[in-house]
Design a protein around this ligand. Structure first.
Ligand SMILES: NC(=O)c1ccc[n+]([C@@H]2O[C@H](COP(=O)([O-])OP(=O)(O)OC[C@H]3O[C@@H](n4cnc5c(N)ncnc54)[C@H](O)[C@@H]3O)[C@@H](O)[C@H]2O)c1
Length: 379
């Protein structure tokens, strides 16, 4: 994979000292992951709400941890070396910009930012700082998914990938009021996984969003999207968040069809393959490695220690968000959307809203797609 070089931190043998910003539901999960990992040490917790930061540290059994509302002050006080940004999506841009400006590499929750334009600004800011900004797509860190990807190698040319996602969660709160709750809040996971499985990037999408008559959501709780991918494969996603009964897993149910056979994965149990007329149940040979956010955290620390560009490095990750925004635009305007159209519009918006040094970097990109995959010049 091409990648963007970034400054490494020497492997001293000491754990990486990390500040977690954002002490909500997912922030607490990250606090647990940081405390459990031998690679990291919890230096502090920051939240707009000082009481939320304090009670989150208490809740995860780390009551002595420094907490506060000011990242710069807590970073200076604690000598933190990196930031995990688990704030709400609207805060990803300011919080990650601030951390990079303080000289701290960042591991951020998905989505990279609230829009592709903001994500492009963060890619430029990462280039400017020479620091790593990696987005955690936790569902990529799944041993069965890695196995599924290996099995794809037996299928020859890959032509059709499908995901069915049918669940019926009753969240309450902001998702119930969103215009496209499924696409905006959840679909980035399978879209990102599709890129990983096909080793391909999105070219265009036609997406139909709709809301079944019995839905308890205000916006479209269901959608079907057909993506054309580079190399010609099609990725077809059909999902609903208001479909009780015989529900799929939270990873969705996957089928991959190639020239020599088919592989399937229900998202919960080991994938199966039938290639060249030979079916096999795949119960062994599952690769090692930490899963979910623990896997993302391990890859982040490894990247900082070695300079190996991780999956989820901001340039690599933007395309997953571009798939979401392209699908939403297609559903809204009821037409096929070329992803480059979304990237180009986001590029213009990013240039219009960036500061001077970000703008200079963004303006030097002749093509957004190329800038997202090409290694940037060193030195
Ligand atoms: N990977 C997954 O499976 C998964 C699951 C749930 C949530 N998430 C992601 O995690 C992130 C957080 O989600 P959540 O459910 O914990 O949200 P949440 O609303 O429960 O918590 C967000 C916290 O961030 C704080 N915050 C907001 N702006 C801030 C700022 N500028 N500075 C400091 N703190 C700020 C809020 O006060 C709040 O405590 C989101 O990006 C979400 O998409 C990922």
């Amino acid at each position: 994979m091409n990648g963007h070089p970034f400054r490494t931190l020497p492997a001293t043998g000491a754990p990486l000292r990390v500040i977690v910003v954002g002490a909500g539901g997912m922030g607490r999960a990250w606090l647990g992951a940081v405390l459990a990992s031998p690679d990291t040490e919890l230096a502090g917790v920051v939240d707009l709400d000082s009481e939320a930061a304090r009670s989150a540290a208490d809740a995860v059994g780390a009551p002595g941890t420094p907490t506060g509302t000011d990242l710069a002050a807590l970073a200076a006080e604690t000598g933190a070396e990196a930031v995990i940004d688990v704030t709400s999506p609207a805060a990803h841009l300011p919080v990650t910009l601030r951390a990079l400006d303080l000289g701290l590499p960042v591991l951020g929750e998905k989505p990279a930012a609230a829009s592709v334009a903001e994500a492009l600004r963060l890619a430029a800011a990462a280039e400017r700082s020479g620091l790593l900004f990696m987005v955690s797509q936790s569902r990529r860190y799944n041993r069965q998914l890695f196995r599924f990807r290996e099995l794809a190698g037996r299928l020859g040319d890959l032509g059709i990938l499908t995901t069915e996602f049918f669940l019926a969660p009753r969240f309450g709160g902001f998702r119930d009021a969103m215009a496209h709750p499924l696409l905006l809040d959840m679909a980035i996971h399978p879209f990102d996984t599709a890129r990983f499985l096909l080793d391909a990037e999105p070219v265009s999408v036609y997406c139909h969003g709709y809301n079944p008559a019995w839905s308890w959501y205000a916006g479209d709780a269901a959608a079907t999207a057909v993506f054309e991918m580079t190399g010609g494969a099609r990725y077809v996603y059909t999902g609903s968040w208001c479909s009780p009964g015989l529900e799929t897993s939270w990873n969705g149910a996957w089928r991959l069809s190639g020239a020599h056979g088919t592989a399937v994965w229900d998202g919960d149990t080991p994938p199966r393959v039938d290639a060249n007329g030979t079916p096999s149940a795949e119960n062994s040979g599952t690769p090692d490695g930490a899963e979910s956010i623990e896997g993302a955290l391990a890859e982040f620390v490894h990247a900082l220690r070695t300079g190996t560009v991780p999956r989820g490095e901001i340039h690599e990750n933007v395309m997953s968000l571009a798939m979401v925004d392209s699908a939403v635009l297609s559903a809204t305007e009821d037409r096929r959307v070329h992803v480059d159209e979304v990237l180009d519009a986001a590029h213009r918006e990013a240039i219009a809203t960036a500061d001077d040094t970000e703008r200079e970097i963004l303006a030097s990109w002749s093509s957004v797609r190329t800038a997202l995959t090409r290694p940037c010049p060193t030195g």
